[in-house]
Design a protein around this ligand. Structure first.
Ligand code: ZN
Length: 116
């Protein structure tokens, strides 16, 4: 199962831990609070679980050749409030994402732009 992708994964986790805080309570994340769900090429799907309030966030990140990943998963305050009232992510949510990304043929930047 293990392959040559460990390095970008650990770099990405370090970047998120250093730059992202919980959107609900502002707590900092530790490396163990960051879980990589999946990645397709340069696009990574990551779950952040707040060690303080337990809020979970989903981040889509693209690892570029410029050294630092671009974080594209920011939510507005209203979106955070909406998601805070939803049940936690479960296995079906993860599976939905996995299948969606498996079948998606555009690039991630285009996907996220189209959502705005
Ligand atoms: Zn929190």
């Amino acid at each position: 199962m293990n392959d040559a992708n460990d390095e970008p994964e650990s770099t990405l986790i370090q970047y998120l831990v250093a730059t992202v805080g919980c959107a609900m309570c502002g707590a900092s994340y530790a490396a163990e609070d960051v879980k990589v769900l999946d990645h397709r090429g340069n696009a990574w799907i990551i779950i952040l679980a707040c060690p303080q309030c337990g809020t979970r966030g989903l981040v889509l990140a693209m690892v570029t050749n410029q050294g630092q990943p671009d974080r594209l998963g920011e939510l507005s305050a209203a979106e955070m409030e909406t998601f805070a009232n939803m049940p936690p992510l479960d296995g079906n949510d993860v599976l939905d994402w996995h299948m969606f990304l498996r079948d998606y043929e555009g690039d991630l930047a285009g996907l996220l732009e189209a959502d705005k």
